[in-house]
Design a protein around this ligand. Sequence first.
Ligand code: DC
Length: 223
Amino acid sequence: MTVDVTAEVTSVVAIDGPGGSGKSTVARLVADETGLAYLDTGAMYRAITFGVLARNVDPTDWPAVAEVLPLIVLDMAHDIVIVDGTDATAAIRGAEVTSHVSSVAANPAVRADLARLQQQWISQRGGGVLEGRDIGTVVAPQAAVKIFLTASTRERARRRATETGADIDEIEADLIRRDEADSRREMSPLRPADDSVHIDTTGLTIEQVAAQIVALAKERIHA
Ligand code: DC
């Protein structure tokens, strides 16, 4: 049997950008409206971080993390994240995982493993809407639609504060710290693909942003 790789990879909508840029809400809406499957790759990095912390492994110790990586069992379906048989859906958004996820996401062994799983996920479905930091650059460089979402740090912090009730100044400081870490890491740093469409979501509604992406997807993906 031959697999039409071109058809698989082009039916991808890649949505990259920093935390709080509106990626998750927009990506879900785009998936609903196009009928494509949705994958939150940030949740996968968070889930691995949860598994690392649960084993009392230092998240900054790359060789130790690489060693336990094959033992961590991820199961992500219907917005529920199960790690090693435990429901970690809430914990992966908590302060502990959030403060360690950048070190785990900078680990080349973790990135190679998750990129492979994400590519497998795309092949199994023949496409999808994936959100993350490196989808358009590394995971699916052949994606039909590549979006890079941005928003001012204050606006991003304001959105997170509304969601979580935490202090806006603390959130803003943490977002700046994570942006720096994600942009400076050596492997697959956060950066827009050369052929991505940039959308600044400051002052736009989720629906307005999603409508722009859906229009591009309809133009470029012929199911
Ligand atoms: O989108 P998020 O905040 O849930 O992402 C969590 C962390 O994972 C964040 O520090 C960036 C990292 N990440 C990444 O390096 N590559 C991805 N494709 C997705 C997320």
